[in-house]
Design a protein around this ligand. Sequence first.
Ligand SMILES: C[S@@+](CC[C@H](N)C(=O)[O-])C[C@H]1O[C@@H](n2cnc3c(N)ncnc32)[C@H](O)[C@@H]1O
Length: 390
Amino acid sequence: MTPAARVQAAIEVLDLVIEAARSNGAPADRLMAEWFRARRWAGSGDRRAVRELAYRAIRACGEIPVTGRAAMVRLAALDEQVAALFDGSRHGPAPIRDDEPGAPSGVAPAWLVRRLADSGLEDEEAAALLDRAPLDIRLNTLKAGAQPLPEGGEKTVAANGWRYPPETRIEPSRAYLEGVIEVQDTGSQLTCEVVGARPGETVVDLCAGAGGKTLALAAAMENQGRLIACDADRARLSRLAPRAERAGARNIETILLDANRELEALQPFLGAADAVLVDAPCSGTGTWRRNPEARWRLTEKQLERYVAIQSRLLDVAAGLVKPRGRLVFVTCSLLDAEGADQAAGFLMRHPGWEVDRPGLPVGVARGDGVRLSPWRDGTDGFFVARFSRL
Ligand SMILES: C[S@@+](CC[C@H](N)C(=O)[O-])C[C@H]1O[C@@H](n2cnc3c(N)ncnc32)[C@H](O)[C@@H]1O
């Protein structure tokens, strides 16, 4: 593909991403993979270049653009080399008209920018939500030593964390294939450390998804004790077993929950858990580095729904913890509504609990918890609070 044809291809991909963002369709990554699957003639250099252009254009537009072309025109206003490729050449985009507007720039849609500012984020901190994320891995201590770590990593502040440049391809390494390492953001690893799971304990991971954090908890428990991984999404939870197998994690039991009736399946664990992790569904404002188009999808209504489900899941979790046990609340969001306010609401509703603020090597105190951010801490954005039952 010529450089101009790559720009035109990125515009077409962006049209799909924009349409999907409007209709709650597939994520950008998947759309791009599908687009290239139908164009096998495109080489790996083309794929990389088109992806890169598309993601740069997504990051450049705060509000959802009208078209892919409007998004690329915005990028062209910031990058002369991209602008020069609007040259009308065969397979390339038509020249930019003098009166042609680019999509609005900015960090996110206006309402979200306001909410971030109200949550205490400075401008640079908000802008850094769109930086490119490095590749972080967690050394799986259940298999440590079985294979050497891929070269080029630097130790992070997480106990078993290593960081690689963003473009590193870790998947073909033997260490990855044999479950010696897991891809996991440093912030995510730290939130697992906050749970303080120990061998022999009973630990519930209430929103386990495909088990990213469950596997870290299993390693901390050295495969001893009971680790109950729950989720209301059958497809996600079903991806946990093969991952656990690869990681050598053998103390995990899975429970599929009925959303809104979670406690029905959790009766045996009422008041029985040493620790419960609530890695709650959230807006994901802390993960825009990986899914920058997610900020075009979020609406105020959806945010309200997340907030409501988070409080409900915290109440469910509280019923599972034994006296002196721990409840850890995590969201990958920097909005107070999904962080400090949620923690404060929990303490109001549950007087028999006290705050046990985690002492982390990074992050800053926010309300009753700790907040991690890409700008300050080089991690995905997270809020984490720990409560202890009296
Ligand atoms: C932030 S994700 C969890 C990510 C996962 N812990 C990890 O580390 O990979 C939130 C999860 O909550 C789940 N969820 C949503 N509603 C739920 C409910 N009512 N009960 C339990 N899980 C729920 C979603 O299916 C999703 O997998």
